[in-house]
Design a protein around this ligand. Structure first.
Ligand SMILES: C[S@@+](CC[C@H](N)C(=O)[O-])C[C@H]1O[C@@H](n2cnc3c(N)ncnc32)[C@H](O)[C@@H]1O
Length: 267
């Protein structure tokens, strides 16, 4: 509550938004820019925003480095990340850019959290040591990821907010998923890019990440269709949550399904 009070006290009358120049360059590169611009919100929190929620307060009261987020992401983060607050989680974020989200995670998870960010842009090296550790390299480079994992050790949270390219998302997942602790989460955002050819996607494109996700779903139900699994790591995912542009994977080792009957009153 102290943080919230402090943030509300420092909240500016108007806050920077996408309409004030913060439309992410990677989205501009491949998406329908005109539509993106039309969806940009100007001004402060929309009516109905619950500023008692920690990430809503932190985002709308942001006086630090630029953060550019779709509004609905904030409550999704909170829903899946809240159990890790104050529990010193180890977090790896792919995509550092201005460093705004890393500052937000520092405030949200607390001083004991171990925060790591990676980015392909060498300029992000200047942010190393600010809110967390920053390393420079590509999310589709397994040797680079291995060197980062050597520093991080087991992970509690992975956020993929990097290139949003269809070939990069599974490449990172394959390397990182085995290093997420049971009970951890792997969140992939900006998956509207799965529908954009500029990112290797498309509504009916084979590479659309949601086709990959479908294989996770089929593997999750392998005991019931009997044809086995197709993804080597699918036994490390216990649940999948699909939102507008965000997928969250619950990580953990799946036990074979069993069922029981309890209670003594029938009929
Ligand atoms: C959407 S921005 C990240 C924004 C940041 N997470 C935030 O919310 O403030 C995407 C970042 O991913 C980086 N990126 C692009 N391709 C990448 C790759 N192959 N590997 C790692 N980072 C990449 C870009 O340089 C850019 O800084």
């Amino acid at each position: 509550m102290d943080l919230l009070r402090r943030l509300l006290r420092t909240m500016p009358a108007t806050v920077p938004t996408g309409s004030e120049g913060a439309v992410a360059p990677d989205i501009e590169a491949g998406g329908p820019v005109t539509d993106m611009a039309a969806l940009a919100h100007a001004g402060g929190p929309p009516e109905g925003t619950d500023l008692s929620r920690p990430l809503q307060a932190r985002f709308w009261g942001n006086t630090g480095r630029v953060i550019h987020k779709w509004h609905h992401y904030l409550d999704i983060y909170d829903r899946h990340f809240a159990p890790f607050r104050g529990a010193a989680p180890t977090l790896l974020e792919i995509g550092v850019q201005n460093g705004g989200s890393m500052q937000m995670w520092r405030d949200y998870f607390g001083p004991e959290a171990r925060l790591f960010g990676i980015d392909i842009d060498p300029a992000c090296a200047a942010l190393d040591g600010e809110a967390g550790v920053v390393r420079i390299g590509s999310q589709d480079d397994p040797d680079f990821l291995a060197s980062v994992l050597f520093e991080t050790g087991p992970l509690d949270i992975v956020i993929d907010d990097g290139s949003h390219r269809m070939e990069h998302i599974p490449a990172s997942l394959e390397v990182l998923l085995p290093h997420v602790r049971p009970g951890g989460v792997y969140l992939i955002e900006d998956l509207h890019c799965a529908y954009w050819p500029g990112y290797g996607g498309g509504l009916r494109a084979e590479a659309n990440f949601f086709n990959h996700l479908r294989r996770f779903i089929d593997d999750l139900h392998a005991p019931y269709h009997g044809e086995g699994t197709t993804l080597p790591l699918s036994d490390r995912v216990t649940g999948l949550h699909v939102y507008d542009s965000i997928v969250v994977l619950d990580c953990g080792l799946r036990a074979p399904p069993r069922h029981s009957m309890t209670g003594g009153v029938a009929g």
